[in-house]
Design a protein around this ligand. Structure first.
Ligand code: BG6
Length: 517
């Protein structure tokens, strides 16, 4: 039960000045980012390297600091050393560039998340940093911790006066990592608890896929190419496929994976967000609320999986041993700390229908999983074939989200030989933003951290989008709890369980990806 009241609501480049680094860079306002879960994997792999890049590119104010919070006992120096290692290991840049300036702005605060003492110490440390570094009282609290601690930490921050009223001149914002809840009931409860302490404008729910360049390409393509809008419906589109395929396994995350599984880890958030962007009506305005309104409308129009027939629409699998990139790899059950009787799914695929005028009868095939044949995320829009053409020649649009974000159009072309009347074959036209604009896109976490500092909600999710996804998927989780008879083992390096292919075959379709264009 929360104690909160109902809501009434110079680390720029050492040798270059901010303005010299990138023309027109909009420097974020001063503030402190406080990372809960500072000794965890996400901080090392994503958050610290992102802060480093933002700082070295001049996007962060000189008056920015970072405080790591975790229960592990360590000094500021030890924390700085660990962060330097993470920059060296995971960043595109060498840490020498701005490290001497940056490290002076990193601090550590030991805290047991449920214990008041750590928050009191944090409050003193933050006030000190404000005084010495001109961070002006502004805070981004980043919760890179298990979901079961979200409301505890928010309640403690509020109790210790670290969350301000949203009308204050100085601001406090809370970034919450996925998964937001474990199912519909827990997400509703979490939402209730969080909104007792924070107003909407203070909550930043993460789904880092939204900030990927490839996803933003898809979004812009939909909104700014009116040529395609008249075609974007059931009259011209035969089916849409979304694949989030990883060749990596679960690594050392057995405990997380046993608790979470692919439906919660990949499907409820990343894949549902991609679906919403492909299928939503174009918003009348680009402000976050209008975009959100359209996303929520389409998510709420998804047809629930029919009770008693869920297995016909959604398939789960678990990877067995196999070969990836020429190397033998272990099956899920052989991974460290995985119980022999585990029924955690590492793969999910589903057939989804959206009951609105635009998408009447169009199947959306969605899959995501680990230890698959290829590391790629793609959205494929398959158009209906012409009366004369073959299905292999039918037009398709491929949105490759990663790696190498790009957009490709498959057309049918006549083969230029003498006796080739009617002889056509597919050709593909493509575009990759990084090559075309000769620039490297920023990492998703960089964009999201920068936006959190600027108070920009465009790339964040709202809680009712999360609830809509849970509403669809909770009956599946409930059914899966009853029996794991449908869990199929698939070979590592394959495209998942054979039942995932049948899901499409019964409608005369098969999975497609663009491949290496
Ligand atoms: C995370 C999941 O949200 O996304 C991971 O927890 C997954 O299991 C990762 O590997 C994929 O993100 P990216 O950016 O590497 O495609």
């Amino acid at each position: 039960m929360l104690a909160c009241l109902p809501f009434q609501n110079s680390w720029s480049h050492s040798t270059l000045h901010t303005s010299e680094v990138i023309e027109n860079v909009k420097v974020a306002p001063p503030g402190i980012i406080v990372v809960f879960g500072a000794t965890g994997d996400l901080t090392a792999r994503k958050l610290m390297p992102s802060i480093y890049h933002l700082a070295s590119s001049g996007y962060l104010s000189d008056h920015t600091a970072m405080v790591g919070v975790s229960r592990i006992k360590q000094s500021h120096e030890e924390f700085r050393d660990a962060m330097k290692l993470s920059v060296n290991q995971y960043s595109k840049q060498n840490s020498d560039i701005i490290w001497p300036q940056l490290e002076k702005k990193l601090f550590y605060n030991e805290a047991d998340l449920s214990d008041d003492e750590g928050y009191e110490n944090l409050k003193v440390l933050l006030a000190d940093i404000d005084k010495n570094m001109g961070t002006q009282g502004n805070r981004v609290f980043y919760l890179a911790i298990p979901a079961s601690y979200f409301s505890v930490v928010i309640e403690k921050l509020s109790k210790h006066g670290l969350i301000y009223d949203s009308g204050d001149e100085k601001w406090s914002r809370v970034v919450i990592e996925k998964p937001f809840g474990r199912d519909l009931a827990s997400a509703i409860e979490l939402n209730r608890e969080v909104s007792q302490c924070l107003s909407e404008d203070q909550i930043f729910l993460m789904d880092h896929y939204l900030a990927k360049e490839g996803v933003q390409n898809l979004f812009s393509f939909r909104l700014e190419n009116p040529l395609f809008e008249p075609l974007w419906n059931h009259r011209y589109i035969d089916n849409i496929q979304i694949s989030l395929s990883e060749d990596i396994g679960i690594g050392s995350r057995a405990n997380f994976w046993e608790e979470t599984g692919a439906l919660r880890d990949l499907f409820q958030n990343h894949l549902m967000q991609l679906l919403a962007i492909v299928a939503m009506e174009p918003p009348t305005d680009l402000d976050p609320q209008h975009i959100h309104n359209e996303k929520i409308k389409v998510l709420n129009s998804i047809r629930p999986f029919p009770v008693g027939e869920i297995d016909r629409y959604i398939v789960r699998g678990q990877y067995g041993p196999g070969i990836i990139k020429g190397e033998n790899v272990l099956g899920y059950k052989q991974e460290k700390d995985v119980p022999q009787d585990s029924s955690a799914e590492t793969f999910v695929s589903a057939k989804i229908f959206i009951d609105n005028d635009r998408w009447m009868g169009v199947p959306f095939y969605i899959r995501g999983g680990k230890r698959l044949a290829k590391q790629t995320t793609e959205v494929v829009v398959n158009f209906k074939q012409s009366n004369l053409g073959s299905s292999t020649n039918a037009n398709a649009l491929f949105f490759r989200i990663q790696p190498n974000a790009g957009i490709y159009l498959k057309m049918s072309a006549k083969v230029p030989v003498l006796d080739s009347v009617g002889h056509t074959q597919p050709v593909v036209f493509g575009y990759q933003p990084d090559q075309y604009f000769k620039t490297n896109s920023s990492d998703a976490y960089e964009k999201l951290l920068y936006d959190a500092f600027k108070g920009n909600h465009h790339l964040f999710v709202q809680s009712d989008e999360q609830l809509a996804a849970w509403r669809l998927l909770t009956p599946v989780l409930d059914q899966w709890k009853l029996s794991s008879g449908d869990l199929e083992e698939y070979e590592s390096g394959s495209w998942g369980p054979s039942r995932s292919d049948f899901l499409l075959n019964e409608n005369g379709h098969s999975w497609q990806i663009l491949g290496d264009q």
